[in-house]
Design a protein around this ligand. Structure first.
Ligand code: GLC
Ligand code: GLC
Length: 810
């Protein structure tokens, strides 16, 4: 069952009912100012950091869900309604929400009045614009009241939810004309404030929540709107500051009136904070407001945003006979890659924005699907991430985006982290050819006095694995590897103890076959970077270590029909026939195979056959089988989840592409694509009532076969699935892969995929690539570049050449 449809020409998903199974959200913002916005206008806004600089308040865990946002109340006689349906939930005569690329739109109507709202964050300013148009479709004059509503968050979103004894006394605002200034804590250590402005004369305002809502009432029935009909002019002193504008709207038959609302973030220099005593310096606010005074201003900014995205989305485009794949590749998958790059795992409807900041491992992987879009930003991110690495090559697991400092609560000891830095950097250099990044001087733990080149950072990443091996000569796992829930050294026994950070992080015994797979893949990529810098001795050393690891995996990491997952702190196997539960895992099988381990020995094929046999289900490939049914102290969080959920036998969408990529490595295009389809939103759209999350983006987890409701998705948007799936479809299935020497084209498609075309912008040139598949799954028979046949699969890169016409015959 569907709750909307894709409008591919407009690059929008059109939601046709507000009653979606879960809030279906979108992200506004490209640089520093961001808003989360749901199909019922819920959500919140922040500047740079969802924890530290939160502008508006949201209530996770509330009933009804999704119950705070940027709301407009339209009062028409005795009827009060909202264009986004929430919070009054008044039945609408028509409703439509269009989530587009960096904007959302509503078209709704009630009793002959239609409202359209366009919400977006302009590319150049730190604000969200809402353009609200009201039209009278009746034959008589309509006298309406319009009320806007946002509830301020007192900046630090964590403190805002906890420290009421203080916070109920700190709130401060100013109101000048149609602008409400939120200036809590500005008198002391802050130099920023927020504004909520409308480009019209207002008839009233409120800034104290209680005055607007009334005691024991809610934003679904504010007293001012329903009973009083007019604002009270309250000025918040403490308690809960809000911003409400009241506007009287008179519409002649057929008339439309338009309003521009600006929710903005403003900063002043420390020595220029005040206009006069306790009166905020409003210069930055006035400058911001003056830019968006008219509909024409808004149209211009909106056109600029569209152009920004059209440019980005022209870097990789696909034309094939498969609409679903086209739409994911050309629009939604790349869009989600941008969002995950911006947010890491910080702010979504499932990540509260106050927990994790940027993840070392997560951000490096997010880069893989983003680097072609804006390589300069990927470059900056790589340097930021590397700056939180330790001198011994290990790394802070997370850092706060605002301070760019490592988070010591969670600390380090996740032994896959270092290798992901090689993955991210290699992807950047292959994309851009910019080796200068490798020579960039980068600190350790933000300490410039011990800074080295980025290449030296990568060496330490590489050597961290070399120097931290266990009894089987496999990499030590530490607190966890990619699977945060495989906590082999923690032995967390009491509720409330962190699964990941409890116990000794440097377990000397527990080992990870998954990290071994990573080492083989990224060790080779490291060797290639060394070669690029002319350091052949280092490349040779690296390849020797890789070879040793390869052999070790075949010796100690092979279980007969698949790859072992790990060894626990007692050196017992995990993910082996010997185990009672958790006999086979996806990660080691996917990653070792995609790294090429066991391919020539025929073992990768065997492992992937086992994955199909034991882990496949209707909705994707499960992370392990059989599920753990009891808590295992020696395994940790993985066995804490009920069977079928999350890391305990859920379908963790992130590593489905690893298996799909591995299938392309051994040339099985049909199977690679079958796996791609199972978790692909454009395909799961049809079962939205089961899947529940947004049908235009990936979610982190889909419940597996053992779950109460198999197929139910959770934790949409912020997942490495976005990047890995884009890598899979664009570089492995469609096969357009950036190498240091140039673009390689080596597709691996299902036999019925048909011919296709890819346009790829790469290092300043445009490649028009046409592929004739001839029913083949893999294997390039002919590569013709500008009429000349070329050996192999790599299109030779010619400096300065602007256009390449490429024909590929399979
Ligand atoms: C979450 C984390 C990611 C981890 C994965 C598996 O998605 O963000 O870092 O690899 O879970 O545990
Ligand atoms: C929990 C989750 C995992 C996530 C981790 C982040 O362990 O199950 O998916 O990566 O928390 O801290």
């Amino acid at each position: 069952m569907k709750f909307g449809y894709f409008d591919d020409a407009a690059k929008e998903y059109v939601i046709t009912t507000p009653k979606t199974p879960l809030p279906w959200i979108n992200y506004l913002g490209t640089n520093d100012f961001f808003s989360l916005i749901s199909n019922t206008a819920g959500g919140y806004s922040f500047y740079k950091d969802a924890k530290l600089l939160r502008l508006t308040r949201f209530r996770y865990n509330n009933v009804p869900g999704d119950s705070n946002g940027k709301y407009y109340y339209i009062k028409d006689g005795n009827t009060v309604w909202n264009p986004g349906w929430m919070p009054t939930k008044t039945d609408l005569d028509s409703y439509e929400c269009r989530h587009g690329i960096g904007y959302s739109k509503w078209n709704s109507s009630k009793n002959g009045v239609s409202a359209s709202v366009l919400a977006f964050v302009p590319t150049d300013d730190t604000c969200e614009i809402n353009q609200l148009k009201l039209t009278n479709n009746t034959d008589s004059v309509k006298e309406l009241k319009l009320f806007s509503y946002v509830e301020w968050c007192l900046w630090n979103a964590a403190d805002d939810m906890q420290n009421f004894q203080r916070n109920f006394s700190t709130g401060e605002v100013e109101v000048i004309d149609s602008t409400i200034y939120h200036k809590t804590e500005y008198r002391e250590r802050r130099n920023h404030y927020a504004i909520y402005h409308v480009n019209a004369k207002i008839d009233g305002f409120d800034t104290q929540r209680e005055n607007f809502l009334g005691a024991y009432r809610d934003n679904h029935d504010p007293e001012v709107v329903f009973d009083k009909g007019a604002c009270t002019g309250s000025i918040a002193h403490g308690w809960s500051p809000v911003a409400v504008h009241e506007i009287t709207v008179k519409l002649e038959p057929g008339e439309t009136k338009s309003y521009v609302f600006i929710l903005g973030y403003c900063e002043n220099p420390d020595n220029d904070k005040w206009e006069s005593k306790n009166v905020v310096n409003k210069k930055p606010a006035k400058a911001l407001i003056s830019k968006y005074q008219t509909d024409a201003d808004v149209d211009k900014a909106f056109a600029k945003l569209k152009e920004y995205w059209d440019n980005l989305l022209s870097i990789y485009t696909l034309e094939s006979s498969n609409d679903k794949v086209n739409r994911m590749v050309n629009i939604w998958n790349q869009y989600q890659c941008m969002v995950t790059f911006n947010m890491s795992r910080s702010a979504s409807y499932y990540e509260s924005g106050i927990g994790r900041g940027m993840g070392f491992r997560d951000s490096n992987q997010d880069l893989l699907g983003f680097v072609h879009l804006i390589p300069e930003r990927a470059r900056e991110r790589i340097i930021d991430i590397a700056s939180t690495q330790f001198e011994n090559g290990s790394a802070y697991h997370q850092y706060q985006p605002l301070t760019k400092r490592g988070n010591s609560d969670i600390g380090s000891g996740f032994n896959d982290d270092p290798l992901w830095l090689i993955a991210g950097t290699s992807a950047y250099v292959r994309e851009t050819g910019d080796v200068s990044i490798l020579k960039e001087i980068v600190p350790y733990d933000n300490d410039m006095s011990v800074a080295t080149t980025l290449m030296e950072h990568l060496k330490r990443s590489f050597d961290f694995t070399v120097n931290n091996k266990g009894p089987h000569k496999l990499p030590l796992i530490g607190r966890a590897d990619w699977n945060d829930c495989l906590n082999l050294n923690c032995f967390s026994e009491h509720p409330g103890e962190s699964f990941q950070c409890f116990g000794p992080s440097e377990g000397p015994v527990a080992e990870s076959v998954f990290i071994a797979g990573m080492f083989v893949k990224y060790g080779e990529e490291y060797a290639q970077l060394a070669e690029l810098l002319g350091d052949t001795a280092e490349a040779e050393r690296a390849r020797k270590e890789v070879k040793i690891m390869y052999d070790t995996v075949l010796e100690a990491g092979w279980d007969g029909d698949w790859f072992v997952r790990a060894y626990d702190a007692y050196s017992n196997k995990i993910g082996s026939k010997e185990c009672e539960e958790g006999k086979i895992f996806i990660e080691s099988n996917g990653f070792c195979s995609l790294a090429g381990i066991g391919v020539k020995e025929g073992l990768a094929e065997k492992a992937l056959d086992s994955v199909k046999k034991y882990l496949d289900c209707k909705y994707g490939v499960m992370i392990l089988q059989p599920a753990y049914t009891v808590y295992h102290l020696e395994l940790g969080e993985i066995s804490s989840y009920p069977p079928g959920y999350k890391e305990n036998a859920g379908i963790f969408c992130h590593n489905n592409p690893w298996v799909s990529i591995a299938e392309t490595v051994i040339g099985r295009g049909d199977r690679a694509f079958e796996i791609y389809k199972k978790t692909c939103p454009a395909y799961t759209e049809e079962i939205s009532e089961i899947h529940k999350t947004e049908p235009y983006v990936y979610c982190q987890m889909v419940a597996g076969n053992d779950a109460y409701i198999p197929g139910e998705g959770k934790n949409s948007w912020l997942t490495g699935t976005a990047a890995w799936t884009f890598v899979n479809i664009s570089q492995y299935i469609l096969g357009v892969y950036p190498t240091h020497k140039g673009l390689s084209v080596d597709p691996c498609v299902p036999s019925d995929f048909g011919d296709f075309k890819v346009t790829r912008k790469f290092r300043g040139a445009t490649y028009e690539i046409s592929v004739k598949t001839n029913g083949s799954q893999k294997g390039v028979k002919k590569l013709i570049v500008d009429g000349q046949e070329v050996e192999g699969t790599v299109i030779p890169f010619v400096e300065g050449k602007k256009e390449y016409k490429v024909e590929v015959v399979m």
